[in-house]
Design a protein around this ligand. Sequence first.
Ligand code: ZN
Ligand code: ZN
Length: 450
Amino acid sequence: MTGQTPRLSKVNLFTLFSLWMELFPPIEQQKKSQVKYIVKKTGLVVVKNIKMVGLHCSSADLHAGQIALIKHGSRLKNCDLYFSRKPCSTCLKMIVNAGVNRISYWPADPEISLQNEASNPASTEDAKLDAKAVDRLKSNSRARVCLLLQPLVCDMVQFVEETSYKCDFIQKIAKTLSGCNTDFYTECRQERIKEYESLFLISNEEMHKQILMTMGLENLCENPYFSNLRQNMKDLILFLATVAASVPTFGHFGFYCNGSQQTNEMQHQSLPQEIARHCMIQARLLAYRTGEFLCEWEKNHCDGTGAMYFVGCGYNAFPVGSEYADFPHMDDKQKDREIRKFRYIIHAEQNALTFRCQEIKPEERSMIFVTKCPCDECVPLIKGAGIKQIYAGDVDVGKKKADISYMKFRELEGVRKFTVNMSGRLKWDLPNYIRSLFQPSPQNPQQAGS
Ligand SMILES: [Zn+2]
Ligand SMILES: [Zn+2]
């Protein structure tokens, strides 16, 4: 129940999404930087009326801010932008010019890196000049350029650890491995924490202070502000790593069409595994606001996400305009109330469809990422909306739970369903593989045949 479950604030959700977009799997060979300074890949979330309308990341040719301008143009007016790095002056001047309301950024190394002093003093000079230009643009603009980081609610870290471990994908893998331990989850999480800290945190505190000062944030360099800032950053990185570990890269597991022998990406036009995982983790992040996530393939693109663009997202909630108290609450003494509340909740899929910011085009390959199996109320909606692919958990398939049943997903046709499975090809090859362990292999095929 929402009253007891810790929730992510919107600001933190958008901030985490911007970091996560920076981690979008590279779809093109990143060019060796020939420019004087080092431009870091940056993630960006565009928010209009507290609703996400765009998710972007830098490509080999364009910065995230430039992509947002190409995609949204003057519709950026009054939007709030969340960057995973402080944008450079080239991006900032265009965004400010478009009339955005607010620009928030993650307070580590900016887009034009200030972190490589020793290795290349000339490039650092350039980067410092750019930081100065950014600061001037900032003080002369109507838009507010600021840091928006909120501390996580106190039991959030514990909650995310428990729920990630218990999530459908980990459980499915653990069950398929039957009896094997789930230490792979702990290991995977440790790896992610290390990786993300090296990307999103400046490990040397003095260096971090230097960078904050160059960015015009001297006031954050004093304690307790500085240590609070770093603690907030560390908590959010830990949160991100924990959720990312809940949809792990593990052995031959991935999102595959069920019951199919041939699972190659061409045949089913499925996403590359690392992009499917990326989108599913995004949906899992959204679930901590209590969700999922729609996106589409488009033909012309300039974005770092390649052919993908964002259509909409949603999470479970009571209908817009209603008060929380209008509906029966979960109460241990009255178990039937728990059952009744499901009649009032708008499911994440329903909210994603209702509040999408783009049309679902029948000619495009639109896809939805759902952290759990879509229920019988939602399955016909997804199909009717013209969505072509569902990526989902399938632990609940065929079950009836309280007031919700999950019977229709299995029968659903005309929409491709991708759930966590062992690679179909491997399953098919497995008997041969095992046989080859026990049989002496022929010296050469001709001899074996004779
Ligand atoms: Zn830029
Ligand atoms: Zn549903």
